[in-house]
Each structure stands twice: as structure tokens, then as C-alpha cells.
Design a protein around this ligand. Structure first.
Ligand SMILES: [Fe+2]
Ligand SMILES: [Fe+2]
Length: 255
């Protein structure tokens, strides 16, 4: 079973599409500030995954999370299932970091009230997720401990351009891609984890993560033109998939 084989992800779409009508900007660089508006709802998101046996993971690829350039591999899923507690510890750290990313953006752009209105509740929700995972770790008598980080986070951070407003745009899209990957992998674990309590946890959380990447997309869309967003997302999502193309030695949520 190679790392390149891919597994089925529950069928759904959360697609920021370049062809969606009514939001395209036909002039300028796309990086000019845009008025903030909230007329469009986030993209549609999926129902929770149904539990199934790990053996049900097929070899064929069905990439349904269209923010993502490539689906997770079957090798990652099998590795994650075989080291469920390790992935759970890493999951706790991921939830804590997701809250930190939202807070960091609020602190970086303190005068952007629209940003704070979205990111403050998002940070709270991520901390609630952290507490949920922490409670499950405690029930399983697994201690939270530091883990070596896979190259994923640092690799994505290097892709964020340093000058504004590109830095803001990249920060939203990278945060959104991480949320999208989290959602995709939670859906896989909700469907294929052998243990009921793990299927329940991931099933409970995955809809939130889908909503989160929709929020980051909306934040970007409110401030940048659609063609600029779509092109930059295409670049970043290809690089995000590259970072996961080689299976890491130990499973992590984003390895
Ligand atoms: Fe979360
Ligand atoms: Fe999230």
C-alpha cells in the first residue's frame, strides 16, 4: 500500500468556485481594499460521515474537498488509525493552535472590526474543541505531551508573503486550507476509526471545521477580488498537497 493511494472521502462540496456568478471583479489588481459585506452565505457543507470499517477504505480517489488539490492517502489513514492516541494528542494541539491563529490575526489587524467579529467566536469554538479532545484523552488515560512537529505547518508558514495586503490574503487562505484538511481527515477518521468514541468525536467536530474554512474564505472574499483569490488558492493548495505527499515517520493530523 503506497503513500500515493488515496481514500474515499464522504461526498460533499465546499467549493469556492471561480465560476460562481456575481462576485467577480473585472478591474484592478484585486488587492485593493473592498467594502465589507456579508450578503453571500458560506459554501454548502456536508452531512456527518457514517461509521464504517477501516477495511471499507477503497483504493480509488474521490477528492471532494475542492479547496484541496489532492485527497489524503490511504497510507496516512491506516497509519493514523494504528496510532489513534498519538493522533488524538496531536489533534488537541491542533485545536489549540487553531485558536491561536484566530487570535493572532485579531491582534495583527486590531482595527478591523469585521475580522474580530468573526475570529473571536472562532477562537472560542476552537478552544471548546481543545477541551473536548482533552476530556477524551483523560478518559483514555492518555497524557497531553509535546510532539515533534511535521514539516506541514512551517512549510505553509513559509508560503505567506511578508508584505501587505498579500500577507493578509495568504494568511486567510493558509488558515482555510488547514481547516479544510482538518475537515477532510476528520471525515475519514469519523468514517473509518474502529472505536466508537473516536468516530463520535470526529463526527461531532468535522462540521465545525467545514464551517471554519468557509469563514476564512468569506473573510478573504470580502477583502479581495475573486480572480485573485482563486489563483492564489490554486497555488497554495497545490503546495499544501505537496507537503503531505510524503508520509511522515509518525502520524500527525497534518502529516
Ligand atoms: Fe476545531
Ligand atoms: Fe477549525
Amino acid at each position: 500500500m503506497s503513500a500515493g493511494r488515496q481514500v474515499q472521502e464522504p461526498s460533499w462540496q465546499g467549493t469556492p468556485s471561480a465560476s460562481s456568478p456575481g462576485r467577480l471583479s473585472d478591474s484592478g489588481t484585486g488587492l485593493e481594499p473592498k467594502p465589507v459585506h456579508r450578503s453571500d452565505p458560506p459554501p454548502p457543507f456536508p452531512p456527518a460521515a457514517q461509521p464504517a470499517s477501516p477495511r471499507a477504505a477503497p483504493a480509488s480517489s474521490v477528492a471532494r474537498v475542492k479547496w484541496l488539490a489532492a485527497p489524503s492517502s490511504e497510507a496516512w489513514l491506516l497509519q493514523a488509525i494504528a496510532h489513534a492516541d498519538l493522533v488524538l494528542i496531536d489533534h488537541a494541539h491542533c485545536e489549540r493552535k487553531a485558536a491561536g491563529v484566530a487570535l493572532q490575526l485579531m491582534f495583527r489587524y486590531p482595527s478591523d472590526g469585521g475580522l474580530g467579529a468573526v475570529l473571536s467566536p472562532l477562537a472560542r469554538e476552537e478552544l471548546e474543541h481543545f477541551e473536548l479532545v482533552l476530556q477524551l484523552l483523560q478518559r483514555r488515560c492518555v497524557a497531553l505531551r509535546p510532539l515533534a512537529a511535521p514539516p506541514y505547518g512551517a512549510g505553509l508558514a513559509r508560503l505567506v508573503r511578508r508584505q501587505e495586503p498579500e500577507r493578509m490574503l495568504d494568511s486567510f487562505l493558509v488558515a482555510g486550507l488547514i481547516e479544510a484538511r482538518s475537515h477532510e481527515r476528520m471525515a475519514l477518521l469519523a468514517a473509518h476509526s474502529p472505536e466508537l468514541e473516536l468516530r463520535q468525536l470526529y463526527g461531532e467536530l468535522l462540521a465545525s471545521e467545514a464551517r471554519h474554512f468557509g469563514l476564512y474564505w468569506l473573510l478573504a472574499e470580502e477583502r479581495f477580488s475573486r480572480p485573485v483569490l482563486v489563483e492564489r488558492l490554486r497555488q497554495l493548495s497545490a503546495l499544501e498537497a505537496e507537503l503531505l505527499a510524503t508520509l511522515w515517520s509518525e502520524p500527525r493530523f497534518h502529516s
